[in-house]
Design a binder for this molecule. Structure first.
Ligand SMILES: [Zn+2]
Length: 268
């Protein structure tokens, strides 16, 4: 399962937050657009008029209310042959029909949705996209320095600039090249550690999701039980190799153990 895949403050601030009108933020509008694009691309179909869709919407909205962000949230059911739940950014969460094959209780479904709402309210998707944009810009900068150096070389060889001009312009280019080189080193270290970064987001979503689930009146162990059911089904269908995890997500047994530890620390 891919899991794309929040203290009390002064009372005055809370009343102010609640008084704000419910309007899409630019992040939530983009998240909804991303979902619509995936629909148009045929990645999955939207399921409406189904009691499961109504359940996803009602449980999801009760959890989103705990995030205290005055934006509209969409909770939708899609037709996809893999048990999954995902957040496309702040305000949009979808659940696949296959997830319902796990025979989840209401608390277990709430545990899964709470985790996704936490990814959304903490803007994990948006953060990751900014990092990727930064990496893309750095690669563009490197290409620009290479192009300018080739151009300088060719102008010098064809006698359009003097040796002095060539050397002084090349010196400036080398300073820029060193700066871009340092940015590339940073970008490479982000890519290298992005899986552990993603694991940090997963841990945060587990912790914040637990707060939302509890505040909305659900049992604290919902997500852990849901993952146990997913683990058992995965082993039945694909054998032990299904438990190895991926580069972006920890293996299921590890996630379950971590949730057990989180619940133990919180006294549940
Ligand atoms: Zn997650």
């Amino acid at each position: 399962m891919r899991w794309l895949c929040g203290c009390l403050v002064v009372v005055g601030w809370i009343s102010l937050a609640w008084a704000q009108p419910v309007r899409p933020s630019s992040e939530s509008a983009q998240a909804w657009d991303r979902f619509q694009k995936a629909l148009r691309a045929g990645r999955f179909g939207l399921v409406t008029g189904d009691p499961r869709a109504a359940l996803v919407e009602s449980v999801g909205q009760s959890l989103a209310a705990q995030s205290r962000r005055p934006i509209p949230w969409h909770f939708v059911l899609v037709n996809l042959d893999e048990p999954n739940a995902a957040c496309t950014g702040e305000g949009t969460v979808y659940v696949t029909t296959r997830l319902f094959d796990l025979n989840l209780s209401r608390d277990e479904l709430a545990g899964i949705l709470a985790h996704e709402v936490a990814h959304g309210s903490r803007q994990h998707v948006e953060h990751n996209q900014l990092e990727l944009q930064r990496i893309g810009k750095t690669l563009d900068d490197r290409q620009a320095v290479l192009d300018r150096s080739k151009d300088l070389e060719s102008r010098y060889r064809s006698g359009k600039i003097s040796q002095d001009e060539y050397e002084s312009q090349m010196e400036r280019l080398m300073i820029e090249a060193r700066k871009v080189g340092r940015q590339i080193d940073q970008a490479q270290s982000y890519v290298q550690f992005s899986s552990s970064f993603s694991h940090a987001q997963e841990r945060e979503a587990d912790m914040v999701g637990l707060q939302y689930a509890l505040a909305a009146g659900f049992q604290p162990e919902g997500l852990m039980r849901a993952l146990e059911k997913l683990r058992d089904q995965s082993v039945r269908e694909y054998g032990e190799k299904a438990l190895l995890g991926s580069t972006t997500h920890p293996p299921l047994p590890q996630r379950i153990d971590r949730l057990k530890e989180l619940l133990r620390r919180r006294g549940y």
